[in-house]
Design a protein around this ligand. Structure first.
Ligand code: PEP
Ligand code: MN
Length: 284
């Protein structure tokens, strides 16, 4: 590999050749034989919405509930999230359905609040190089999901992860969510080659977000299969009770039925590469 290992010595594969297992308090793991399946709406919108989604994704076999309470919106005039109330709704819904919680923290001043409700702190693509946020989250004592920046190189992404490890946190998962490209046919260009590449470069687990990675609901299932076939340690999928009415990212969100179908089809792909789904592991 061409990258100077010195610039990210702590995340480099050489520092931990066997790989890192990231474990949430809920029991979900990233980096082991069992995949982590994180599913839920783009934004937490209401109690009914998040409750119904938690129930649906849990019964389909997901083990982590996702949902934004603090939303990084391109326009300041669009829905910014329910904030602290959204965190409470997310936690309640997850607890009632045996799920972990991953949610984004946007502001270093909110890290303590988000960490009090979430099992895993998400650093969004737009924040990947917010270095004060990285330092603060690194000290929060919770597992972290670090999304790839909108146009971040692998080196920049790994150096962002290095900030988290340097702050004392080795429970870090990288999330590929597509990068900006010349082509508007998909929302982003989902870079699946980084999955095996990152597994060579770093000991950290890697998950794939085919929802933001494509921006198109019908592409989510095939790209989820491809991600798992490429060796991803898990998936992040947007699911909504009524995608057409979602306040954000409805066009890339799966309905309950579509998500259940994806989960029904996924074990065949997972088993082909030596992995299992969370629910399948209970009956295995
Ligand atoms: C999200 O996962 O809700 C999100 C905003 O994603 P990204 O930061 O990858 O755009
Ligand atoms: Mn979204």
């Amino acid at each position: 590999m061409t990258s100077p290992s010195g610039s990210y010595a702590l995340v480099h594969r050489d520092s931990r050749p066997l790989g890192t297992l990231v474990r949430l308090a809920s029991g979900a793991t990233f980096g082991g034989d069992i995949l982590a399946i994180c599913a839920g709406p783009c934004s937490v919108e209401s109690r009914d919405q998040i409750e119904a989604t938690a129930k649906a994704v849990a019964s389909a076999g997901a083990n982590v509930l996702r949902g934004g309470a603090f939303k990084p919106r391109t326009s300041p005039y669009t829905f910014q999230g329910l904030g602290a109330e959204g965190l409470r709704l997310l936690r309640d819904a997850a607890d009632r359905n045996g799920l972990g919680v991953v949610t984004e923290v946007l502001d270093p001043r909110d890290v303590e609040l988000v960490a009090a409700h979430a099992d895993m702190l998400q650093i969004g693509a737009r924040s990947m190089q917010n270095f004060s946020l990285l330092r603060e989250v690194g000290e929060a004592g919770k597992p972290v999901l670090l999304k790839r920046g909108l146009s971040a190189t692998v080196d920049e992404w790994l150096m962002a992860a290095e900030y988290l490890l340097l702050a004392g946190n080795d429970q870090v998962v990288l999330c590929e969510r597509g990068v900006r490209s010349f082509d508007a046919a998909t929302r982003n260009m989902l870079d699946l080659a980084v999955v095996p590449l990152l597994h060579q470069l770093t000991h950290l687990p890697v998950v794939v977000d085919p929802s933001h990675g494509t921006g198109i609901a019908r592409l989510v299932e095939p790209m989820a299969f491809a991600a798992v076939a490429a060796g991803a340690d898990g998936l992040l999928v947007e699911v909504h009770p009524n995608p057409a009415a979602a306040v954000s990212d409805g066009q890339q969100s799966l309905g309950f039925e579509e998500f259940a179908l994806l989960m029904r089809h996924l074990p065949v792909v997972a088993r082909a590469v030596g992995r299992n789904l969370p629910a399948a592991s209970l009956v295995a």
